[in-house]
Design a protein around this ligand. Structure first.
Ligand code: 5AD
Ligand code: SF4
Length: 473
């Protein structure tokens, strides 16, 4: 109920624990097989594609069946306690596979590896490898160590690593939309968040390698790239010779200019950092999607201060105004936390009212989960009882449901340009795609007029909670 809505940006609940396989060419030329499952944010799913590329070069091919794998990897998330519990449970299941296949190695990648480090090896005896997000290049060496019977750990964080020279292996891709990571790490230090500790300092990837990757995707038939970073608006790259700065707005423009039929999306934006420059760039290029994921977290200034978000309620509302002014038909979505330390009922009501003000099309909604080592865990008491957190979250979810419904109803009668991603889940007779605002659009196939990757003009005639229904015109 709570995390059900799908989105490109952070946590797509339908994809948690997704196993990857390589389309078609499974294994033959490889000396062994690996299996990988991904949890958490889009960045993690994108990292799994880098891991796959590294492992392919080391002679391992992907399989979708963990029982036949020589190496089983879980790319993990630490964002909330529940995320870590899910992974602990998964390890329990894998115990059986390991019992029947003792030669199999089990590795933990990603944020949980970084947070718990070698403690994970003590706590989870069946784990052989622990590898943090900046250490994937060392995987082949670590696998060798583990194959030799020793436990292998590398959780070093880096100030430079961006994997920019590694061409990700697109796993289980629809062939039309792809994620492209443009930076790593985060310097923001939101007090609730474990990410600065698990993913290290912020660093931006060389724009030429980003552009080359996007161009290559377009040449391979992809029609949409989503530029990924924890805080894309602080993307900044300095030319090594001229020291000239290259901003996120510059990058957006460069990628948009590759081809008018290549759509560009991005995530995540921070309200304190998104600039008018970025908004004007979105407005200028038809193929930069009119959609911004702008997490508010709370609608109350005192709570925002405790969260170390560095903006006020008024500042956030002014950003929303600015977006609506420069990009009138822009979709906006959010992340919201209920029941942060010391939050009163009035402060919670401020969150509900800022949702009304912002008219989000969609939100990811959570109750606060204290994470060890974060600023909030050190400074504040997690003093809101779970029952109250859950009731407040429920009110936020109900508010969002009403807002989503209104937003989707208002689209009836409009005509949108839709990028076709494939068959609809329900029927092979219908196409599924998205409009610029990131809303899913389903419409009956008009004979064989279109194929996957085409753009169709679709007139909207109806809407459910999270889908627009229409007809090609
Ligand atoms: N508790 C609850 N939600 C959290 N998020 C991040 N840390 C926590 C936490 N400790 C949410 C924020 C963030 C999203 C990715 O997850 O809303 O934007
Ligand atoms: Fe992504 Fe944060 Fe989870 Fe790490 S902890 S996988 S950065 S959401």
């Amino acid at each position: 109920m709570i995390e059900q809505l799908h989105d490109i940006s952070t946590h797509d609940e339908s994809r948690q624990g997704e196993a990857y396989s390589q389309d078609g060419n499974e294994s033959k030329e490889y000396s062994g097989k690996f299996y990988i499952e991904s949890y958490g944010c889009q960045m993690n799913f994108s990292d799994s594609e880098i891991v796959a590329s590294i492992l392919n070069k080391a002679g391992l091919g992907a399989t979708r069946n963990h029982e036949e794998a020589d190496l089983v990897l879980l790319n993990t998330c630490s964002i909330r306690e529940k995320a870590e519990q899910t992974i602990r449970k998964r390890l329990q299941d894998l115990r059986k596979s390991k019992a029947s296949n003792p030669g199999m190695l089990i590795g933990i990648l990603g944020c949980m590896a970084e947070r718990l480090k070698s403690k994970l090896l003590e706590e989870e005896k069946l784990v052989d490898l622990v590898v943090g997000p900046d250490a994937y290049r060392s995987l082949p060496a670590l696998i060798e160590t583990a194959n030799g019977g020793q436990k292998a750990v590398n959780v070093l964080l880096s100030r430079e690593e961006t994997y920019s020279d590694i061409s990700p292996v697109r796993l289980d891709s629809n062939g039309i939309t792809a994620f492209l990571s443009i930076m790593r790490g985060c310097n923001n230090m939101c007090s609730f968040c474990v990410v600065p500790f698990t993913r290290g300092r912020e660093r931006s990837r060389d724009p030429l390698s980003i552009e080359a990757e996007a161009r290559d995707l377009f040449d391979k038939g992809f029609r949409e790239v989503t530029l990924l970073g924890q805080n894309v608006d602080s993307y900044r790259w300095y030319h090594p010779e001229t020291s000239e700065a290259f901003s996120f707005a510059n990058l957006l423009e460069r990628v948009a200019l590759i081809h008018p039929d290549l759509r560009v999306r991005f995530s995540t934006s921070h309200p304190k950092d998104i600039t008018d420059d970025v908004l004007y760039t979105i407005a200028k290029y038809e193929n930069i999607c009119n959609y911004i994921h702008l997490p508010v977290q709370s609608g109350n200034t005192r709570i925002l201060q405790l969260m170390n978000r560095t903006y006020t309620r008024e500042w956030y509302m002014a950003k929303v105004d600015r977006i609506r002014e420069i990009i009138p038909d822009c979709g906006i979505s959010s992340d919201i936390i209920a029941g942060f330390c010391t939050e009163t009922e009035e402060e919670h009501a401020d969150t509900l009212s800022i949702m009304d003000y912002s008219k989000y099309d969609m939100s990811y909604m959570f109750f606060y989960s204290e994470r060890p080592g974060t600023l909030a865990a050190k400074r504040y008491q997690d003093d809101i009882p779970e029952g109250i957190k859950k009731r407040r979250l429920q009110e936020i979810v109900e508010k969002q449901n009403r807002l989503s419904k209104e937003s989707y109803q208002q689209d009836i009668g409009k005509t949108y340009r839709v990028l076709i991603e494939g068959d609809s889940k329900r029927s092979k007779d219908d196409w599924m795609g998205r409009n610029s605002q990131n809303k899913v659009v389903v419409f009956p196939k008009p004979g064989d007029r279109f194929k996957k990757g085409d753009y169709a003009m679709v007139e909207i005639s109806g809407a459910t909670q999270a889908t627009l229904i229409g007809k090609a015109v």
